[in-house]
Write a protein that binds this ligand. Sequence first.
Ligand code: SAH
Ligand code: SF4
Length: 365
Amino acid sequence: MIKVHAAVASQSLIFDLDYASLERDLEKWGEQKYRARQIWQGLYHNLWDRTEQFSTLPIYLRQKLTEAYRFSSLSPSLSLNSIDGETSKTLFILPDGKAVEAVLMQYEKRRTVCISTQAGCAMGCVFCATGQMGFQRNLSSGEIVEQVLYYARQLKERDEQVTNIVIMGMGEPFHNYEATMRAIDQLNDPQGYNFGARRITVSTVGLVPAIRKFTSEKRQVNLAISLHAADDELRSSLLPINRKYPLNDLLQACQEYVKLTHRRLSFEWALIQGVNDSIEQAVKLAKLLNIFRQEDGAILCHVNVIPLNPTNKYSGQATTHKRAQEFQKVLAIHGIPCTIRIRRGIDIQAGCGQLATRAKSSESD
Ligand code: SAH
Ligand code: SF4
């Protein structure tokens, strides 16, 4: 059983505050403005998460901060490292007992953190462990930011830093749009964590109105679309949201994105044996993506194929590597760039939502 700490849950999380709100709170306490700067530096430069660490502040103020704010919402409850040592996954328990996962992937010089935006997910994609558990709740912006800071602290101990952030953990970021964007802006804040927007990627199942909003806001963040099928019938059978936003509407919104931002768009494709790994699907996909071809012949999109991570409640299996290569080859013939992603951390159930599912089923064992 997971206990909920009522007193802790009633305080606000300091990472939910933007700089102006922190300044306002301090002003209310009769403090000078520069204290906000010191606190911000402590949180996002020094990566402090306990008030005792704030040596730049007088003791009475540290005490006040302890009373007013919670410095952490995430309690790591289970961490697993892959055998090759490259992937490390953590299950966090939130103050209300809900669980979310984050992953650190270390490959050569890259230190990529994959973070969650919701506990569970309402989108119900059939092959996804998070979708299979249904929607629980949205994370706050601070709860999203804190996942990055957790790994940033770990890496700092060995003089390393997070190099990339992918918003591809549990949940649909565009179904929790405001908090996700606030989190991105907080991470990006030059006075704070100062993490480059171009090194952040947000992935969506294809919520068309939110894609349009995102396009109009012109953040320098990379966008990935989970496509997984090149016709409506197949896509709707895998991703129920396709019934609401069919391929035509989705691709139109994608085209507007590319036209307005001139940024290259990524498409995600989980290869499922005998379902969406046919040559026919690859040809259809190539034809669909031709709309991203520019006047100079360059194509402003990229496909990432990844063999499916099998889950308990879906019978589909991963495509073989040979078949993945054939799929890639068809796209290449049509001039569509495609990368085969390796399933990292398969031995630690690093697929989205898989650790939370495992923890839950062992709880009820
Ligand atoms: N909700 C967002 C982001 C989280 S899922 C989205 O759907 O894009 C991140 C990626 O993992 C998506 O491309 C999703 O389709 C994919 N995914 C989910 N379950 C998977 C599985 N079992 N095997 C392979 N990829 C999976
Ligand atoms: Fe939600 Fe993404 Fe999983 Fe679909 S694939 S259920 S949108 S987390």
